[in-house]
Design a protein around this ligand. Sequence first.
Ligand code: ADP
Ligand code: ASP
Ligand code: MG
Length: 403
Amino acid sequence: MLIVQKFGGTSVGDLDRIQNVANRIARTVSEGHQVVVVVSAMSGETNKLVSYAEHFSDNPERAEVDMLLSSGERVTAALLSIALNEMGYSATSMTGRRAGIITDMVHTKARIERIDAAPMKNALAEGKIIVIAGFQGVNEEGRVTTLGRGGSDLSAVAVAGAIGADLCEIYTDVDGIYTTDPRIEPTAKKLDKISYDEMLELASLGAKVLQNRSVELAKKLNVNLVTRSSFSDAEGTLITKEENIMEKPLVSGIALDRNQARIALEGVVNRPGIASDIFGALATSNVNVDMIIQTSGHDDTTNMDFTVPQNELNDARSVVEQFCKKHEIKESTFDESICKVSIVGVGMKSHTGVAAKAFATMAKENINIQMISTSEIKVSMVVDEKYAELAVRALHNAYELDK
Ligand code: ADP
Ligand code: ASP
Ligand code: MG
């Protein structure tokens, strides 16, 4: 088989762990498989580099940030390749550029536009183990770009698609996808399988075990994706098509997103085009707006409440401030002390009362719900950040996910 193996930050967190990863790859190769490896930076490294940039500037130029952050993955790729060569295997490391990963021009959250797989295919034909620095690509101007935090998962899936791999394994520090983050709820259960759609919701709603864009791409390209632990041989979780899953629980999992901020605008003049004005400008600034609530007041004004990722709040703030000036809006607030708790499950499609139970659970715990949004397979609630863990545990218990 042709297998892509991706190793996350903790899995390559120190030199012994890099050796451990080399041993695992060697084992896969000696079983007769071809392996393409994608690595993250050693754990903590990317955050450290971010803090270095912030030492000099509150708003560092994004192309320079990419130049900086992409270096973390290069270190791991080179070290792992050196370790494999020392063990007598023939390995070669590749940057995003050498691996042919071409992205758009958006620095710090670039999208992969295409992959020129020829260099990888040539190296495979020569019998090489390829070790790719994840999280990065190159744009049309030849500048290095990065794919957003957690983006090595996306590199792995995109590479698996481009070379037609039989399997894409994501090695991490937990042995699969759980009903909720096992660090928050120790009774969380590991799932054998989960559908692409549910995983996509969980990842988009804050379960950082997989980057959401990687799941979206895996679904689109029909990549067989498995999440498992690099520290044990336990079988992982298969992420697959819904029709491959026989038993569909009502609720499959609970996600928590702490990286949310709420923006509230009061007394916005209520006329056609006003929503398009603000949300169009936010989109142009690459701010991802999530929940939106608009309510009309008694006069001819309206209130607008919406959420954005906390790390995009600075960008959002300048757009919102301009908008407020232009439309003479009196009152705007920016609140970072919130979080979003969500329940996800394909079983919700055909059952009623799932959302009502979530609201009742919050009521019982005396947690005020600030915003609600629902779709066919999820219910999300914005609550005060101080209730984050309580809300997750209470919901996990209410839907009996520990059973
Ligand atoms: P890596 O560095 O390998 O990419 P991450 O830290 O990005 O690993 O993701 C793994 C972490 O995701 C786990 O340690 C766990 O705390 C967290 N996590 C959140 N939600 C879940 C979930 N539903 N199932 C498993 N892990 C989860
Ligand atoms: N090192 C990058 C990050 O910490 C990418 C990744 O690990 O996937 O976000
Ligand atoms: Mg990750």
